[in-house]
Ligand binder design. Structure first.
Ligand SMILES: Cc1cc2nc3c(=O)[nH]c(=O)nc-3n(C[C@H](O)[C@H](O)[C@H](O)COP(=O)(O)O)c2cc1C
Length: 158
């Protein structure tokens, strides 16, 4: 079954983008098509694209989404579109040093998408920059496992 994955990237200093590039390389083959979109300039209509969505975002400020993700996040909150047809995953980046707001960027997207009726596939990944493990390495294994779950879910629905 052909699957399209839209990776939406929220980043401040490029780490999430690097992870998205690795995931695109790992997933994009004949059967899986990947479109990687920086969140800059996107609004909630992006969720009308064909395919499943992978939110790949870091966390800034005091548990905020990165600056380039703000417009998309705010638009979802304001317009509250019906996203019941949307299936998504979350690869979040953060740092446990920020104990009170660890990985809140991914968490905020997860919460708003769920509120709007979208269904998450798999667990939300929470990378910890203070762990010493590089996120782009974790990303490879995580995204392959996630795609397996996506395929399982879509074949059940077919
Ligand atoms: C100023 C600043 C604020 C941050 N705030 C948080 C935070 O509240 N919670 C968290 O989990 N990580 C926080 N982080 C950690 C980043 O999310 C983490 O380093 C991430 O890997 C950066 O990814 P990026 O390069 O894609 O933006 C913060 C980092 C900086 C520099």
């Amino acid at each position: 079954m052909e699957v399209t994955v839209n990776i939406l990237v929220g980043t401040m200093t490029g780490t999430a983008q690097l992870c998205a590039q690795e995931m695109e390389l790992a997933l994009d083959d004949g059967e899986t098509k990947v479109a990687t979109l920086m969140m800059d300039g996107l609004d909630s209509t992006v969720f009308s694209r064909e395919g499943v969505f992978l939110i790949c975002t870091s966390t800034y400020g005091q548990g905020d989404v990165p600056d380039n993700a703000r417009a998309l996040y705010e638009d979802l909150k304001a317009k509250r579109p019906d996203l019941s047809r949307v299936r998504y995953g979350v690869f979040g980046l953060g740092d446990r040093t920020y104990a009170e707001t660890f990985n809140f960027g991914g968490k905020r997207f997860d919460e708003v998408l769920t509120e709007l009726g979208a269904q998450r596939i798999g667990e939300r990944h929470t990378h910890d920059a203070s762990s010493g493990v590089l996120p782009e390495e974790t990303a490879l294994e995580w995204c392959q496992d996630w795609l397996g779950r996506v395929r399982e879910r879509l074949s059940q629905a077919a």
